[in-house]
Design a protein around this ligand. Structure first.
Ligand SMILES: [Fe+2]
Ligand SMILES: [Fe+2]
Length: 159
């Protein structure tokens, strides 16, 4: 338990969003979970990471390469209708992913520190971002092959 560490506004909001995503997923509210996760990924990729990179003189935070790869895997896993195997893979991926983003030395806290007194303004923009319009689930040989490759990438990591 962390006592006495003040979370910044970016960390506070995006961590709250992680909790909401966990709730939707464990309640089996798949469609809402999918839309919310796509929105969350979009916020990190299109707003948060570019802001941090800009404030670091064009250098991305070192963790971002891994987070970006994870986001790509997640997006692939969200394309077909969910199977138990896909749900399990998403859960297994998100645990270490969120751990890299949260906490005292996490990416969100680093983004708060980089943003300084503009962190609250960035958090407001994150909060106000609209829901991502969702495309229907797709299925077929190409989608299955892509999902299979994503699952193999994840398995290779855990070895
Ligand atoms: Fe992320
Ligand atoms: Fe996140």
């Amino acid at each position: 338990m962390m006592i006495d560490r003040r979370q910044g506004p970016i960390e506070e909001y995006l961590q709250e969003d992680h909790r909401l995503l966990d709730e939707l997923r464990s309640a089996g509210r798949w469609w809402e979970f999918r839309g919310r996760l796509l929105r969350h990924i979009g916020l990190e990729e299109k707003l948060l990471f570019p802001e941090a990179r800009r404030r670091r003189g064009g250098q991305p935070l070192p963790e971002v390469a891994r987070l970006h790869e994870d986001h790509g895997l997640l997006a692939t896993l969200l394309v077909p209708p969910p199977s138990p195997q896909i749900l399990e893979a998403i859960e297994r991926l998100l645990r270490p992913h969120n751990a890299l983003e949260e906490g005292e030395t996490g990416v969100y806290a680093q983004c708060d520190a980089l943003a300084g007194d503009q962190a609250a303004g960035i958090a407001d923009r994150l909060r106000a971002a609209p829901t991502t319009p969702q495309r229907e689930n797709q299925d077929g040989p190409l989608v299955r092959a892509q999902v299979q490759r994503a699952l193999e990438t994840l398995m290779a990591r855990n070895r």
